[in-house]
Design a protein around this ligand. Structure first.
Ligand code: ADP
Ligand code: MG
Length: 244
């Protein structure tokens, strides 16, 4: 998926974003980092097609995107679960919207609930779950759509440090697992450590208007990525310098 000359204006003249050229390659884990207000969430809304850019083109496999991008799914910082629905109903909600019959819906929902480790909680309501478990539901719901590109908007920001680390590792495991179709990930984070721990490539944004400031290729760091490795630490330091 590719953004070409994408711009977003607020009102007539206030440019909040762009022009941006950005490609998410097949099989790649790409992160966007940058200061608050630089347009990270706006970029995700444009990629998922819920927001049409004021100017420029979004291409999906070469073709201009019209309307919602059904090859993507989103995980939100705030989980965005329906409180009146059970776990399995929440996970099935996107499948229902896409017209899948009840039996197949349940089967898919079951599969992804198991993959995120929530088997046994199918009939629980969000209020009965910890924050981490709520985010696992959000992750299962997105993965159940079997998107080519999984978009995540600061998905670990509302979690405590240990829970965030556990779910980060789970996301990386699922990304590598043959059970999960989704092989491209676009992560928005304000944590440089997180971006360096997870990504193949990091795009650094600056604000007013949101623009690409730099891009760092991390594939040379290998995987699994131990945070205490000297190369990993050096990369984190270099990225802090870029953002400063
Ligand atoms: P980020 O996710 O990087 O914090 P956002 O994409 O949420 O940034 O916002 C980018 C900029 O656009 C911010 O300056 C924000 O104030 C502005 N913005 C976002 N949505 C609206 C809106 N509906 N109306 C006006 N300004 C908006
Ligand atoms: Mg945001």
């Amino acid at each position: 998926m590719r953004l070409e000359g994408v711009e977003q204006f607020y009102g007539e003249r206030i440019r909040i974003l762009g022009p941006i050229d950005l490609e998410v390659r097949e099989g790649e884990f790409l992160s966007l980092v940058g200061p608050s207000g630089c347009g990270k969430s706006t970029i995700l809304r444009i990629v998922t097609g819920v927001l049409r850019p004021s100017a420029g083109t979004v291409r999906v496999g070469g073709r201009p995107l019209k309307g919602v991008n059904t090859r993507t799914a989103m995980v939100f910082q705030s989980f965005a679960l329906f409180p009146w629905l059970t776990v399995i109903e929440n996970v099935g909600v996107g499948l229902e919207a896409r017209g899948l019959p009840p039996r197949e819906r349940l089967k898919k929902a079951d599969k992804y609930i198991a993959l995120v480790g929530l088997s046994g909680y199918e009939r629980a309501f969000p209020r009965e779950l910890s924050r981490g478990m709520k985010q696992l539901v959000g992750l299962a719901r997105a993965l159940a759509l079997e998107p080519e590109l999984l978009c995540m908007d600061e998905p670990f920001s509302a979690l405590d440090v240990l829970t965030a680390r556990t779910i980060r590792d789970l996301v990386l495991d699922l990304w590598a697992s043959p059970e999960v179709m989704t092989k491209s990930i676009l992560l928005v984070t304000h944590s440089i450590e997180e971006a360096v721990a997870m990504s193949d490539r990091v795009v650094v944004l600056k604000a007013n208007p949101g623009r690409i400031a730099d891009e760092v290729d991390l594939r040379g760091l290998g995987r699994p990525r131990r945070p205490d490795l000297p190369q990993v630490r050096e990369t984190v330091d270099r990225m802090y310098a870029l953002l400063a």
